[in-house]
Design a protein around this ligand. Structure first.
Ligand code: 13P
Length: 246
């Protein structure tokens, strides 16, 4: 299938992997992606503490790095936060913002997510802005309204050409319940329409694994995936990165 948008396959390691773990992982992973075609981006989002090690390991390979967050100020009294320059220093190219976990555990608001996304773009980091509805919201028929609000508020003032949106239905994260690929594709198509950019990269995330990657990547509006659990094993993430084109 001829694609207009270059897919972005990203592994979100969340709060896993010490530097020693990351080194071991890369020893197994890198040989498995030697033949991977360059028609796709391969991205890993390690915890901040492993960025330095990972930056050495990916040097000279086509693996790119993402952070799992970024602050809107360049520096200042913001304990526990991370500035864009602290990330670009280690060659991070992307920053995940608005993931459902900080939204849930730290009450991240769409306004804060928007500030993070804009700050990333201002420092040449591509924000991966996550959106998605809960189980209850879907059951009440509110999924589209919730996602549209997250898109409108979270992306306000951002450049859609330097952006990735990840549609991650919360009920599919870490549950083994993948969203039907046709439904994920429908929502990704709606997001593209709301943002109004045919070049926008839209990922699906939520229980992506070797068994469902080929089907997901065959969908017309899914331009990549954001992978949690299945990115923690180098062989399973390599299989995902090496998805088959139909
Ligand atoms: P799982 O792939 O473990 O469901 O996690 C998805 C996710 O949250 C990626 O950001």
């Amino acid at each position: 299938m001829e694609r207009v948008r270059k897919p972005v396959i990203a592994g979100n390691w969340k709060m896993h992997m010490t530097c020693a773990d990351a080194k071991q992982y890369m020893e197994v992973f890198l040989p498995l992606i030697k033949q991977t075609p360059d028609d796709r981006h391969m991205v890993i989002a390690p915890p901040f503490t492993a960025l330095s090690t990972m930056s050495e390991r990916v040097s000279g390979t086509s693996v790119e790095l993402s952070s799992q967050n970024v602050h809107w100020e360049d520096k200042g009294a913001y304990t526990a936060e991370i500035s864009p320059m602290m990330l670009t220093e280690f060659n991070a190219k992307y920053s995940i913002v608005g993931h459902s976990e900080p939204r849930k555990y730290f009450s991240e608001s769409d306004e804060q997510i928007n500030r993070r996304a804009r700050s990333a773009q201002a420092h040449d980091l591509i924000p991966i802005v996550c959106v998605g509805e809960t189980d209850e919201q879907r059951e009440r028929g509110e999924a589209e309204r919730v996602i549209r609000r997250q898109i409108e508020q979270g992306l306000e003032g951002t450049d859609p050409e330097k952006l990735v949106v990840a549609y991650e239905p919360i009920w599919a994260i870490g549950t083994g319940k993948t969203c039907e690929s046709s439904e994920a594709n429908r929502i990704c198509g709606l997001i593209r329409k709301w943002v109004g950019s045919s070049n926008l990269i839209i990922q699906y995330g939520g229980s992506v694994k070797p068994a469902n990657i080929d089907e997901l990547m065959a969908m017309s509006d899914i331009d990549g995936v954001l992978v949690g659990g299945a990115s923690l094993q180098p062989d399973s993430f390599a299989r995902i990165v090496n998805y088959q084109n139909y």
